[in-house]
Design a protein around this ligand. Structure first.
Ligand SMILES: C[S@@+](CC[C@H](N)C(=O)[O-])C[C@H]1O[C@@H](n2cnc3c(N)ncnc32)[C@H](O)[C@@H]1O
Length: 199
């Protein structure tokens, strides 16, 4: 088994071989060093179709980590994906994993620039993959003006904690549109849409 997963993934990234990355590392014991979820080709196509059907031309991924997932979504679907991370010090230090897209760095308390970005996101989907900070999630949603959310994370019987969960309660404003399992991993991609406000 390959020991230096980070170096090998970096090499495959330079060769733009996203398929080898997901096929080789989906079940690798060290996969979380770089990314928590390695979607299948069917999953990428599912995300792409949902985005097209919901008229989203962009994805803003909150807590994107290395940005590997975001780079692969862009490679496979052609959709523009940006990534947001907190804690600039960690992401610029020498022990941090490599980053596969430029990171937008924000403060734990959302700064003016991030609030303004969220307010301009009418045609974007907000993505949270293995996010684990409910207060921050609520804060992002407070300013997000778009109508689509993608939550990727473990189902209840995987015994891994994330918040929000793919099938957790997102509040009355959001309803589940479509979902798909990531291979047979018990991780799910759940797409939500904002409910129409009836006046
Ligand atoms: C478990 S990791 C998942 C990383 C990546 N999405 C993945 O699937 O590999 C959760 C990430 O959320 C980030 N995070 C936590 N609070 C955040 C906040 N308020 N804004 C943006 N990112 C945040 C953490 O720094 C961490 O990288």
């Amino acid at each position: 088994m390959d020991e230096d997963i980070v170096a090998t993934i970096l090499d495959l990234y330079h060769k733009k071989d996203w398929k080898a990355i997901v096929d080789t590392y989906r079940d690798h014991p060290d996969r979380n060093k770089v990314l928590w979820v390695y979607p299948t080709e069917e999953n990428f196509n599912f995300i792409g179709k949902c985005m097209r059907d919901l008229k989203c031309n962009e994805i803003l991924s909150i807590g994107c980590g290395s940005g590997l997932l975001e780079w692969m979504i862009k490679e496979v679907t052609g959709i523009q994906v940006s990534g947001v991370e907190v804690d600039g010090v960690w992401w610029q230090c020498k022990y941090a994993p490599p980053t596969f897209i430029p990171l937008l760095i924000t403060q734990p308390t959302l700064d003016k620039d991030m609030i303004s970005l969220l307010q301009k996101c009418q045609n974007a989907a907000l993505l949270f993959c293995y996010f684990n900070n409910r207060d921050a999630f609520n804060e992002y949603l407070k300013y997000f003006t778009g109508g689509t959310l993608i939550i990727i994370g473990p189902s209840g019987d995987k015994y891994v904690h994330t918040d929000p969960k793919p099938f957790g309660d997102l509040g009355a404003e959001w309803s589940l549109y479509r979902s798909q399992e990531v291979g047979q991993t018990k991780d799910y991609i759940a797409v939500y849409t904002r409910k129409e406000v009836v006046t």
